[in-house]
Every structure is written in structure tokens, then in C-alpha cells.
Design a protein around this ligand. Sequence first.
Ligand code: ATP
Ligand code: ATP
Ligand code: MG
Ligand code: MG
Ligand code: MG
Ligand code: MG
Length: 251
Amino acid sequence: MAQSKFEYVRKFETEEKLLPNCWIVVRIDGRAFHQFSTKHNFKKPNDESALALMNKAASVVMNEFKDIVLAYGQSDEYSFVLRKDTALYNRRGPKIMTYLSSLFTSSYVYHWNQFFKETKLKYPPAFDARVVLYPSDQNLRDYLSWRQADCHINNLYNTTFWALVLKGGLTNNEAEKRLCGTLSSDKNEILFSEFNTNYNNEPEMFKKGTILIRKRIKSPKHGKARLVILPLHEDLIQDKFWEKNSEILAI
Ligand code: ATP
Ligand code: ATP
Ligand code: MG
Ligand code: MG
Ligand code: MG
Ligand code: MG
């Protein structure tokens, strides 16, 4: 095909390849979801439908991109881990990042009605994205542990905060003051002694977030094995998870 005299501008485009042999993590996070959750009447502190919709959108992404070996989600964020040796889009960072985040976002909108039957979507939500490379298995585990620890810390805070507001009749300001400087043990104690709530008995999805992994499951009908995306709500900080699912890091 004849080239136009404008073709040269293409040379201004740079194409940086992500370092080989590193775990690629793409983390997406909802833009201003504090406001989005209020505007769409999310239950506080945890709206189960909203979390289920996040998990659905992440499953769509994982189904489409087979090089994702694990995904971890909590609140309005999801992290996708791609195998170290992936050749997806020639390891072009922006291409991988934008495809994952736009497919996640469109799936979130596409499936909204399925999870929110009563609440109409009032405006188009957006998610930011970043790519991070982790050179060692330990770095990757520490990254995921960091996100899960964050989930736990925020959830304990939010659970106590909303108990004080919704059940204790405090204003948001009063609840915030009451929790200022408190330790985890103090929050557990407030929940237990004032609201008859044992934090340990809160739903695992709220405390641990959601881990999506691929597992080979034998269909009881046909006896044929097939790969399915399995949601787990368990601890991934301890070794046990990685021993039980040793295929994830063995890539
Ligand atoms: P930013 O644009 O900087 O990310 P943000 O308002 O999204 O700002 P985050 O730190 O990402 O701030 O926090 C997300 C907020 O969304 C939470 O603090 C919480 O208020 C709300 N949220 C997200 N998921 C849920 C849920 N399932 N149930 C209730 N609230 C939720
Ligand atoms: P890639 O994923 O590499 O971008 P692609 O199939 O999207 O692959 P493009 O080079 O981006 O390839 O071309 C987009 C194609 O989409 C066009 O070749 C055309 O076939 C189709 N298309 C886009 N917009 C329209 C339109 N408004 N009407 C008809 N066809 C369209
Ligand atoms: Mg953010
Ligand atoms: Mg956010
Ligand atoms: Mg967030
Ligand atoms: Mg195209």
C-alpha cells in the first residue's frame, strides 16, 4: 500500500516491553467508589451484590485471558497475575493493561442488572489500572499478602465504624473519633462487648476478599476433566494456600 507523507509520525510511538521472566500484575481500582457506592445505595460496610459483580467482571477477564493464573479482589479493586513467561501482546505493558481494564469495566456495566435488580446504574463507572512487575515468587506472594492484609485492616475498621453508626447511633464524626488510635484488639472488643458481634464469624468474603484460580474439575456427569475458575475466600498469607495450590507458582 502506498505510504502517505504522514506515516513518519508513527516513529514517535514507543513500545516498551515488560521485563522478561517477571510476574506481571495488573491492578485496577474503581474511580471515586466512595461516592459511587453511596449513589448506588451499597449496603455498608459490605454490599454483597457489589462484590459479586466485581467477581463476575474479573471472571470474564480471566476467561478471556488464559495467561492470568490468579486474580485477587476486595472492595473496588482487582489484581490480575499473569504467568512469568506470558507472550501476551509481546509483553507490551500499555496494551495488556488497557485491554484488561477496559474489558473489566465493560463487563461490570454489562452485568450490572444481573446483580442490581432494583438499582439502576446512574452513570458510567471508571477503573484506573497500573502494571507492576515482580521478579521473585516471594515478591509476588508479598504483594498478594499486602492486598489481603489491607482487606482485613479496612474491613475490621469499617465493620466497627458502621456498627457504631448504624447500631450505636453515633454520627460518622463521633464514630471516627471513637476509633482514632485504636488497635485491632480494641475494635474486636468494641464489636464483641457492645454489639454482640464476634468478628471471626463475619463472612469470609468480607474478611479475606476473593481469590480466583483455575482448577481442573472432573464433571460428575461425563467424567471428563475441565478447567473452571474457582472463587476462594481463604488466607493466602500463610504457606498452606501455596502448598495446596502449588501449580500456581510452578510455572
Ligand atoms: P479513588 O478514586 O482514589 O480510588 P475511592 O473513593 O474509590 O477513591 P478507595 O480507597 O478505592 O476510594 O475505596 C473504595 C471505597 O468504595 C470504599 O472505601 C467503600 O466506601 C466503597 N466500596 C467499594 N466496594 C464496596 C462494597 N462492596 N460495599 C460497600 N462499599 C464499597
Ligand atoms: P485489533 O484488535 O488488532 O485492533 P481489529 O479487528 O479491531 O483488530 P482494526 O485495524 O482496529 O482491527 O480495524 C477495525 C475494523 O473494525 C475495521 O477494519 C472494520 O472492519 C471494523 N469497523 C470499525 N468501525 C466500523 C464501522 N463504523 N463500520 C464498519 N466496520 C467497522
Ligand atoms: Mg485509586
Ligand atoms: Mg477506588
Ligand atoms: Mg480501592
Ligand atoms: Mg481494533
